[in-house]
Design a protein around this ligand. Structure first.
Ligand code: FMN
Ligand code: SF4
Ligand code: SF4
Length: 348
């Protein structure tokens, strides 16, 4: 009996759902199928499989950082077959407006590249759109729209699964636009994602139930005196903001303003503050590099301190109410139904 291993990372369940569509077809074709959910610190399982399937959401036209790291940790593939299905976000079921279907960018090329370097034989690489989950900034489509988007996504994934079981190679490339996609993805993976959860605030409706803490796949949320706090290692997967049973997590406008304010401080101001404090850097190129490095450290220290200070001040109910001012309280939440059931069984 041929064997397959499904490796998946998901924020709101679409990548898991898409993988179940492939699983059904593989089982019909006589495969035995095992699963590996990727979360913080997951080590790739040992053992050999005839086929590996990788599914993950698309972030900024690229593969999520957590999935890329996991792939780099895989044992050598020894030419085992691997398939990549990137799951991107559709804002509306219409296929007439291309932007409504999102853009998978070079996510599947990037994943394919890592896997090839690890010695896997890529037999399929493609993408399929499911409901866009970016509740931090964009409204989620209604139930009917979600159902139609899922139907279209399932059809696309079922077509890809069919190719897989027939042994038909189908490797799609989007490398022509890579010069556009790579900086976008790198910017998000190296910098942007760290700031996502820093924009979240749990308002007064939060009852400290801990669901967000338990389910965060990156393990970055901690309850302090019954209030969730987010550290800097967020993947931006949107699970916490979409799963909170009290809809208490939203995008804090004051936090956005504070963050933008700090990001816009010119580095020269930090260097001027150093000289006012009597710290003088040597002249020449070495001195300039040193002063800019010191400015960067001061900037990071300011970010960190401001974040801690705001979190402490949010203990005061009035401050918390002000920090909880947001624009997205009325946006629907979105978690794929089959994934919600899996989470309810404690599988996260
Ligand atoms: C931070 C972030 C960035 C995203 N970037 C893209 C993108 O570049 N292109 C796209 O089509 N969808 C993008 N999406 C949408 C997700 O890829 C999409 O909703 C996906 O179906 C989520 O899968 P999941 O439920 O498995 O997490 C982004 C989502 C997030 C949270
Ligand atoms: S899931 Fe919501 S209610 Fe529960 S601790 Fe997190 S923010 Fe609070
Ligand atoms: S903090 Fe929220 S958005 Fe960030 S990784 Fe955890 S669950 Fe995902």
């Amino acid at each position: 009996m041929p064997s397959a291993l499904i490796h998946y990372f998901t924020g709101t369940g679409n990548s898991y759902h898409a993988a179940t569509v492939v699983e059904r077809r593989l089982k019909d074709a006589g495969y035995s199928v095992e699963w590996q959910q990727v979360s913080r610190g997951t080590k790739p399982p040992a053992g050999s499989f005839d086929l590996h399937l990788f599914t993950f959401p698309v972030y900024a036209c690229d593969i999520p950082d957590i999935m890329a790291r996991y792939m780099w940790k895989l044992p050598q593939g020894n030419n085992a077959k691997a398939a990549v299905i990137a799951i991107n976000g559709s804002l509306h079921p219409t296929t007439r407006v291309p932007a409504a279907q999102g853009d998978p960018g070079w996510s599947f090329d990037h994943a394919g590249l890592i896997l090839r370097l690890k010695g896997y034989d890529i037999v399929l690489a493609d993408a399929a759109p499911y409901t866009a989950n970016i509740r931090i900034v964009l409204p989620i489509p209604g139930e009917a729209g979600q159902a139609r988007i899922q139907e279209l996504g399932d059809r696309r994934v079922a077509g890809l699964a069919e190719k897989l079981v027939r042994g038909e190679r189908s490797v799609r490339h989007n490398l022509l636009l890579a010069f556009l996609y790579v900086p976008f993805g790198l910017g998000y993976g190296l910098v942007g994602r760290h700031f996502f959860a820093k924009l979240y605030v749990a308002d007064g409706k939060c009852n400290g139930c801990g669901t967000c803490v338990k389910t965060c796949p990156a393990g970055v949320i901690k309850l302090t005196a019954g209030r969730p706090g987010w550290d800097w290692r967020c993947q931006g997967c949107m699970r916490c903001i979409n799963i909170c049973p009290r809809r208490a997590i939203n995008t804090s406008i004051p936090r956005v303003v504070l963050l933008l304010g700090i990001l816009l401080v010119p580095p020269e101001w930090f260097i001027a503050a150093f000289s006012q404090a009597g710290i003088v850097f040597p002249s020449g190129t070495g001195g300039t590099i040193l002063s800019w490095a010191a400015a960067l450290l001061a900037f990071i220290a300011l970010l960190y301190t401001a974040d801690k200070a705001v979190f402490l001040l949010e203990r005061i109910p009035l401050v918390r109410s002000v920090m909880a001012i947001n624009f997205n309280w009325w946006y629907r939440q979105y978690i794929d139904h089959s994934f919600r059931k899996l989470l309810a069984r404690g599988k996260h």
